[in-house]
Design a protein around this ligand. Structure first.
Ligand code: SF4
Ligand code: SF4
Length: 269
């Protein structure tokens, strides 16, 4: 799945690296990457959820899978969006707050058997420099604002390993963990907060499960026939019927979540 994150890899390679090489900038300098902070009201997954929903809606209604030109333009648009956002805002804002593929990875990483984590918390207690998040002359710190001693689980971690290379005490590693274990605890997580207060994450999990089932359902003959019949009966274009069916399923998925109100989470590091 790593190739799916190629826009970010491409941007890292062709923006920051040459600037660092030619200008002898420090690793923590961001090259062509922006310095603005991502707007505080948008520091949640809601924007990414809207993008994800829009994509799957367009996928179903306009049959994107059967149109190579649309596929190509979506890929180009994806690169352009990643470049634009990361050239304006600091801190991997595109990955963290917008990227639908990134959210897909983050949610599935909740049951990963591996995690980037500190080896010994007692070593961190005596650490004065906190290079894992601040960076140093050679390596930059975590762009996602995850402070390793208070990082719990894989949420928002892109496995870039910047923290691992930045830690001067070699105290960060890729460790084996029990898949799903982190879901049994609810500590205050660096950069995330508590899962129990993140309704956007709950909705994202629900949505990804629902979209997987809905996507499969939309491809089978009975569903296609049902939509055709409905369109003929109501004399409505098939695209409109598909939209109504899609939004109805989202509504019921939302109801299944048991909440009708989702407060915006606070994402303090
Ligand atoms: S730099 Fe290394 S030792 Fe220091 S706080 Fe970060 S992980 Fe711990
Ligand atoms: S691997 Fe380390 S630096 Fe990279 S996102 Fe995860 S915690 Fe941050």
């Amino acid at each position: 799945m790593a190739w799916l994150c190629s826009p970010c890899w491409f941007w890292e390679t062709f923006s920051a690296s040459p600037v660092r090489f030619f200008c002898r900038a420090k690793p923590q300098d961001d090259g062509f990457q922006g310095n603005l902070s991502w707007p505080r009201p948008l520091r949640s997954k809601w924007f990414a959820i809207v993008l994800l929903l829009s994509f799957f809606w367009a996928y179903e209604v306009f049959a994107l899978w059967s149109n190579p030109w649309w596929t190509a333009w979506i890929a180009v648009g994806y690169f352009a969006a990643a470049f634009l956002v990361d050239s304006i805002f600091r801190g991997a804002s595109f990955c963290k707050y917008l990227c639908p593929i990134g959210q897909f990875h983050f949610i599935h990483s909740l049951v990963s058997p591996m995690e980037v984590k500190v080896r010994s918390t007692s070593i961190c207690e005596t650490c004065q420099t906190k290079d894992c998040i601040r960076g140093n002359e050679q390596k930059r710190g975590c762009e996602l604002d995850l402070f390793l001693p208070r990082k719990a689980g894989n949420m928002d971690c892109t496995f870039c390993l910047d923290c691992l290379h930045a830690c001067p005490r070699n105290n960060v590693g890729i460790e084996l963990v029990t898949p799903g274990e982190e879901l049994l605890r609810d500590p205050q997580r660096s950069g995330i907060g508590r899962f129990s207060q993140r309704w956007d994450l709950s909705f994202l999990v629900l949505l990804l499960v629902f979209l997987g089932l809905a996507n499969a359902a939309a491809m089978v003959a009975p569903t296609v026939a049902f939509e055709q019949t409905l369109a003929e009966f109501s004399r409505t274009p098939v695209a409109c019927v598909k939209t109504i069916v899609f939004l109805s399923m989202v509504f019921f998925a939302d109801l299944a979540g048991g909440r009708r109100r989702f407060p915006v989470a606070t994402l303090e590091p």
